[in-house]
Design a protein around this ligand. Structure first.
Ligand SMILES: Cc1ncc(COP(=O)(O)O)c(C=O)c1O
Length: 407
C-alpha cells in the first residue's frame, strides 16, 4: 500500500495570512515570510549598540497620575473583564475630551467603544464594513497595519500618493481614487510616517467625495495631541456633513506614552458602533480593565498637560532636525507626530535602506526606510527617504544629533 508522502501529511497552510503578508510587502516570491524592516533595524541597532530611532515608542514614562491610577485600579481589584463597550467612566471621559478639545458631542452610552489600541478599532472597522472586491482608499506612505488589515478583509487597497516636500495629497488624484466600489477612505492625520498635518481644505474635500460616493470615512487620529507650531488638530467628524459617516479612532498610547497598554477607542453614530462591537466582540471581547480608569484620569488632565507634551516634543523635533540637517540630509519638518522624514539623496545615496545600515555602522544611529510604509510597486518613489523617531530623551537625541553631524 502506498505510504502518504510526508508532504501530504502536512496541514494545509494556505490562508488569509498570505494575502495579509503580501499586502504588507512581507511575502517573498518563494512564499516565505520576510522579517519586517523594523525588526531588522532593531536587531542591527542592538548588534551595533547604535541609537535606535527606527521604532516609534517613547523612552520616558508618561504622567505619574496615569501610572498611579492603573496601579490603584489593580489594587482595588479591577482585574476581570470590563463591559463590552468599555468602562462607563472611560466612555464618559472620552466624550468629555471630545467636547473639551473639539466641541464635538458623542453619547458615551451608544457612540463610543473602547478597543485594544487604535489598531483593533481600525481592524474591526475595516472587517465590519469592507467586503471582498470593495475598495479602501488610504494615502501612501501608510501606517503598515492598514495594508495588512485590508488584505485580511479581502478588500482592494487603493493608494493616493503623498509627495515631498509637503506630503499634502493632490486633490484631483484623490478625487480619481474614488470609484463605485469605494467602501471607505481611511485617513491618518496627523500622518505617520510623513509628519504631515492635512490642510482643512483637504479634509473638507474628503468629506465632499465621501458624500458624493456614499462611502465611510475612518480617521486614525492617534497623534491628535502631538501637533506643533501652535496648529490645532481638526477631527474630520467635526466638519459639515461628516458626522454621520465618520468613525473617529484614537488611542492613549501616544498621548500618555503608554504604547504597551494598547488602549484605544472609536467614536461613531450608534449603528456603526454596533457593527464594530460585533466584530470586536469576537476579536478580543474586551481589554485592559485596569488601564481604563487610568486613561480616564489622563483624558481629564488639565490643558497644561496637553500643551506641555506638544511643546516638549517640538523641542525634541528641533534637536533631531538640527542633527539631520548638519549631517547633510534634506529634512521635511513635520507639523505633527513624533517622526521626521529625511532625504538621503543629497549625500549621494539613492537607496535609504543601504544608508540606514551604513548609518548604524558609521555613526551609530538607526532609522527606518520609508519603503517600509509603501507598496512594493511604489517603493521606487520613496527609495531615498528615511524616517527617524524623536520621542526619545533629550540626552539621547542630543547624542544622536552629534553623532549624525560627524557623518
Ligand atoms: C498611524 C498609527 N495608527 C495606529 C497606531 C497604533 O496605535 P495603537 O498602539 O493604539 O494600536 C500607530 C502606532 O504606531 C500609528 O502610527
Amino acid at each position: 500500500m502506498p505510504q502518504p508522502s510526508p508532504r501530504n501529511n502536512r496541514p494545509h497552510i494556505d490562508g488569509a495570512w498570505q494575502r495579509t503578508a503580501a499586502f504588507a510587502g512581507l511575502l517573498g516570491t518563494d512564499g516565505r515570510l520576510s522579517p519586517t524592516i523594523f525588526a531588522e533595524m532593531t536587531a542591527l541597532a542592538n548588534e551595533l549598540g547604535a541609537i535606535n530611532l527606527g521604532q516609534g515608542f517613547p523612552d520616558e514614562d508618561g504622567p505619574r497620575e496615569v501610572l498611579e491610577a492603573a496601579k490603584a485600579a489593580i489594587d482595588r481589584g479591577v482585574n476581570q473583564y470590563s463591559p463590552g463597550r468599555g468602562e462607563p467612566d472611560l466612555l464618559s471621559a472620552i466624550s468629555e475630551h471630545q467636547r473639551r478639545f473639539y466641541d464635538f458631542t458623542a453619547d458615551p452610552g451608544s457612540e463610543i467603544i473602547v478597543t485594544a489600541g487604535a489598531t483593533e478599532a481600525i481592524a474591526a472597522s475595516i472587517l465590519a464594513f469592507a467586503q471582498p472586491g470593495e475598495e479602501v482608499i488610504t494615502f501612501e506612505p501608510f501606517y503598515d497595519a492598514y495594508a495588512a488589515i485590508i488584505g485580511l478583509a479581502g478588500a482592494e487597497h487603493v493608494k493616493v500618493g503623498l509627495r515631498a516636500p509637503s506630503f499634502q495629497p493632490d486633490l484631483s488624484e484623490l478625487e480619481s481614487a474614488f470609484t463605485n466600489k469605494t467602501r471607505m477612505i481611511l485617513v491618518n492625520n496627523p500622518n505617520n510616517p510623513t509628519g504631515a498635518v492635512f490642510a482643512r481644505e483637504t479634509l473638507q474635500r474628503i468629506v465632499e467625495l465621501a458624500e458624493r460616493h456614499n462611502t465611510l470615512i475612518v480617521t486614525d487620529e492617534v497623534y491628535e495631541h502631538l501637533i506643533f507650531d501652535g496648529a490645532q488638530h481638526t477631527p474630520i467628524a467635526t466638519l459639515p456633513g461628516a458626522r454621520d459617516r465618520t468613525i473617529t479612532i484614537s488611542s492613549a498610547g501616544k498621548t500618555f506614552s503608554t504604547t504597551g497598554w494598547k488602549l484605544g477607542w472609536a467614536i461613531a453614530p450608534p449603528e456603526l458602533i454596533t457593527a464594530i462591537l460585533t466584530v470586536k466582540q469576537y476579536l478580543t471581547f474586551v481589554n485592559g480593565a485596569p488601564f481604563q480608569p487610568a486613561i480616564a484620569t489622563g483624558l481629564r488632565l488639565p490643558d497644561a498637560f496637553y500643551l506641555g507634551i506638544a511643546s516638549t516634543l517640538q523641542r525634541k523635533r528641533d534637536i533631531l532636525i538640527d542633527g539631520l540637517t548638519g549631517a547633510g540630509l534634506e529634512v521635511f519638518t513635520p507639523g505633527g507626530t513624533y517622526f521626521v522624514l529625511a532625504d538621503t539623496s543629497p549625500l549621494g545615496y539613492e537607496d535609504a535602506t543601504q544608508l540606514s545600515r551604513e548609518l548604524g555602522e558609521k555613526v551609530g544611529v538607526v532609522g527606518v526606510p520609508v519603503t517600509a510604509f509603501v507598496s512594493p510597486q511604489h517603493a521606487p518613489n520613496y527609495r531615498s527617504l528615511l524616517r527617524f523617531a524623536f520621542c526619545k530623551r533629550d540626552d539621547v537625541l542630543t547624542e544622536a544629533a552629534s553623532r549624525l553631524s560627524r557623518l
